[in-house]
Ligand binder design. Structure first.
Ligand code: SF4
Ligand code: SF4
Length: 479
């Protein structure tokens, strides 16, 4: 297999772990090493867990919430209706969704320039579900050391039930995730009653199964491999970093030379004995979900979860040393330079974000909560009535995008003698209705085979809700 040169960072004989410049060869594709993540408590872990629970709660609860009998969020693909926070959107309004996605992308760029991969560590679904699975693993199989021991011991009743319980718990979470995810696309109450009775749609079974397997594999087995090898964001986020981006970093100047020492040595005595503040306890490595050593410098595998900060701070507390040997900082601050929060790149992203959010808010506010299409009957272009009038039949698809019921007044204009057989149409909030209407005109008005006419829908309760659609009226002028 191809070899690549790398620097040896193994500890030197005196126990001080300083990087050596000696070049060695190693395998280009490292064999996966199982990571036994150690649980750690601390300020950042509290913050991360709170964010994780809040996001999970939102994910599992949102599809169940109905307001005024309408789902809060439902992407109803068969009906081509997207209910989002009491508003209904149709495929014609996909431009708004595109805007929303662009805003999210810019939001992510902004956050990355400002605080690095904070999205990955605190809110990315891959991290959230992986941390949940690790949490369950810890509850069922025990601490890191017990898990290592358990994996190395031969199969026993204790090992079998613990492994069985863990995988069952993972599969149940994965199943709940799959059902919930599909519940965003089909009414979740119907889904949970139809799935066990084999009355759900075939595609529902497929997607529930797909997301069950996807969640189980990604959060249970692949874990950090997804972040390191599969996630495209991990690859391009480094180009967004600058010297003022917030990163999790080890203070090498303060920590080196690292080494074990007697706990009875005071901070000053340790300094006088030639030690830096790092006691080389490896705790920061043991808590890292991607298995890296933050003391090796900024690495693209780091998801900025800050577990190593909490771990190191707990060690510093025990040793009576000041906290912050591993901390959130910037490259400039580490080198003793001034960090700049307000910098052109960040301000540029911020300005673009504000502009886009403003435009989006304006577009939503200005959005007409009504949509309709008028299509002429295709089988018969026009008809001659008994009293000698020319009639055209149109199908109107009316969509009430508002969060309240409406009755609309329908009118048509374009020819002096135009008349309609239907004038008022009621459509419940968020619903659509197909209305077939017949428009008649006097043959005396028809000077050509096709005349432009305009349908107007006007909400009776709200003068601002008014929409026009232009179409054509056909009639034979060869009389
Ligand atoms: S936790 Fe702190 S003291 Fe321990 S090895 Fe890591 S950096 Fe050094
Ligand atoms: S190095 Fe620290 S911040 Fe980065 S992933 Fe590991 S534990 Fe999290």
């Amino acid at each position: 297999m191809e070899k690549i040169p790398s620097h040896d960072v193994t500890p030197n004989p005196v126990g001080h772990h300083s990087p050596s410049s000696e070049t060695v060869s190693q395998e280009m594709y490292a064999k996966r090493r199982h990571i036994y993540v150690r649980e750690i408590k601390g300020v950042f872990q509290k913050l991360r867990r709170s964010a994780n629970w809040a996001l999970m709660l939102a994910f599992f609860l949102l599809p169940w919430i109905n307001i005024g009998g309408r789902p809060l969020i439902l992407f109803d693909l068969p009906s081509r209706e997207f209910h989002i926070f009491s508003a209904t959107f149709y495929p014609q309004e996909f431009i708004l969704l595109s805007w929303l996605l662009i805003i999210c992308a810019f939001g992510l760029f902004f956050i990355t320039v400002f605080a690095g991969r904070v999205w990955c560590g605190y809110t990315c679904p891959q991290s959230v579900w992986t941390f949940l699975f690790i949490w369950l693993e810890h509850r069922i199989e025990g601490s890191r050391n017990r898990r290592i021991k358990l994996d190395n011991q031969p199969m026993s009743a204790d090992k079998a039930w613990r492994k069985g319980a863990k995988h069952t718990a993972w599969l149940l979470i994965a199943l709940a995730t799959g059902v919930t995810f599909v519940g965003y696309f089909t009414p979740v109450r119907d889904l949970v009653t139809d799935l066990p009775t084999i009355e759900a749609h075939g595609w529902s079974y497929f997607w529930v199964g797909f997301f069950l397997v996807f969640t189980y594999l990604n959060a249970g087995w692949l874990r950090e491999q997804v972040c390191i090898y599969m996630c495209p964001y991990a690859r391009f986020q480094s180009v967004m970093f600058d010297r003022d981006t917030l990163i999790v970093s080890y203070d090498e100047t303060r920590g080196e030379p690292r080494g074990h020492r007697k706990k009875s040595l005071s901070h000053l005595e340790a300094r006088e004995a030639g030690y830096g503040d790092c006691i080389d306890c490896d705790l920061c490595v043991q808590v890292c979900p991607t298995g890296i050593d933050i003391r090796d410098g900024l690495q693209y595998e780091c998801i900025t979860c800050a577990a190593c900060i909490d771990a190191c701070d707990s060690v510093m507390d025990k040793m009576g040393y000041p906290r912050g040997l591993v901390r959130y900082t910037t490259e400039n601050a580490l080198e003793g330079n001034k960090s700049h929060i307000m910098r052109p790149r960040l301000l540029g992203y911020f300005a673009a974000l504000v502009l886009m959010v403003g435009t989006f808010a304006w577009a939503i506010n200005d959005r007409m909560p009504l949509n309709f299409d008028a299509e002429r009957e295709r089988t018969q272009l026009y008809q001659m009535t008994r009293d000698g009038q020319i009639s055209n039949v149109f199908s109107l698809t009316i969509r009430n995008l508002d969060d309240q019921d409406h009755t609309y007044q329908l009118s048509v204009a374009g020819l002096p003698s135009l008349t309609l057989d239907s004038h008022t149409i009621s459509v419940p909030a968020g619903a659509s209705r197909l209305e077939v209407v017949t428009v008649t005109a006097s043959p005396d008005d028809l000077q050509q085979p096709s005349h432009a006419i305009v349908f107007t829908l006007q909400a009776q309760q709200d003068a601002d809700i008014r929409l026009e659609r232009e179409t054509s009226f056909l009639g034979d002028i060869r009389r």
